[in-house]
Design a protein around this ligand. Structure first.
Ligand SMILES: NC(=O)c1ccc[n+]([C@@H]2O[C@H](COP(=O)([O-])OP(=O)(O)OC[C@H]3O[C@@H](n4cnc5c(N)ncnc54)[C@H](OP(=O)(O)O)[C@@H]3O)[C@@H](O)[C@H]2O)c1
Length: 214
């Protein structure tokens, strides 16, 4: 059965999935790169061109990013800084070959033609409810799982709608104080999931949420 999954979405100890003040130069606002330093240090992220890196639990989780995924859904602010839709040249932050390699659906209120990228990624722009978007992405995923890629607003909306089957959150030991929070309005979420946690020597905590019965 096709599952709806969140893969290593990183939050601060105080629950922020991104900082305040996103710009072209600072995709995570005042958080800078602090939410993902654990990931940049892994072997999987560094790849064969940069030997070394950590090969432990953090690396194992990063390796799962693509496994079994047939489509991604993301929010407009993950795709680009505010106003990106007014720039006809904007094709996301990731260069000509983005790391998705599947149909990728961007939730936005701004209509935009699809963009075909190298490596199997095609960006589709849709204005839809989370349930409608998931139906569309699932059809495109060819029986594989659908990744909800963030940002915090979109993951929160999918959680509120009861649409996430499996979620992996990385709690990073920093306090951001401001930004976009993941957990607001989700009181009692833990009742719907079996939750496990594992601490990494890097200092982050991996928390997995598996929907009861999924
Ligand atoms: N911590 C991590 O691991 C991680 C991972 C991925 C991304 N991020 C960061 O998260 C930040 C973005 O998160 P965010 O919470 O600000 O925004 P977001 O979730 O990426 O996008 C929210 C925006 O998407 C559009 N949207 C959402 N739902 C929609 C719907 N149902 N229909 C139509 N449009 C819809 C709206 O934009 P419009 O009205 O403008 O169209 C909305 O303001 C970025 O800084 C990104 O770098 C963090």
């Amino acid at each position: 059965m096709s599952l709806t999954r969140v893969q290593f979405f990183s939050i601060s100890l105080d629950g922020f999935g991104t900082g305040e003040g996103q710009t072209l130069e600072a995709p995570f606002g005042h958080a800078g790169e602090r939410l993902h330093e654990w990931m940049f240090a892994t072997r999987q992220w560094r790849g064969p061109d940069q030997p070394g890196g950590s090969g432990g639990v953090d690396d194992l989780f990063v390796k799962q990013h693509d496994q079994g995924i047939g489509a991604e859904i993301m929010g407009a602010n993950k795709f680009g800084p505010r106003g990106w839709h007014e720039d006809p040249e904007w094709k996301g932050w990731w260069g000509p070959n983005p790391p998705f390699h599947t149909p990728t659906f961007i939730l936005t209120h701004h209509a935009h033609p699809p963009i075909e990228m190298e490596g199997g990624t095609t960006f589709h722009f849709i204005d839809a409810t989370p349930a409608e978007a998931l139906k569309t992405a699932r059809e495109a995923a060819g029986g594989k799982d659908v990744r909800i890629g963030g940002g915090a607003t979109v993951i929160r909306d999918f959680l509120a709608a009861g649409l996430i089957d499996h979620m992996h959150i990385v709690v990073v030991p920093i306090l951001l104080g401001r930004g976009v929070r993941l957990w607001d309005g989700l009181e009692g979420l833990e009742n719907d999931y079996q939750i496990e946690a594992i601490s990494s020597p890097s200092g982050v905590t991996h928390v997995t949420f598996t929907r009861t019965g999924a």
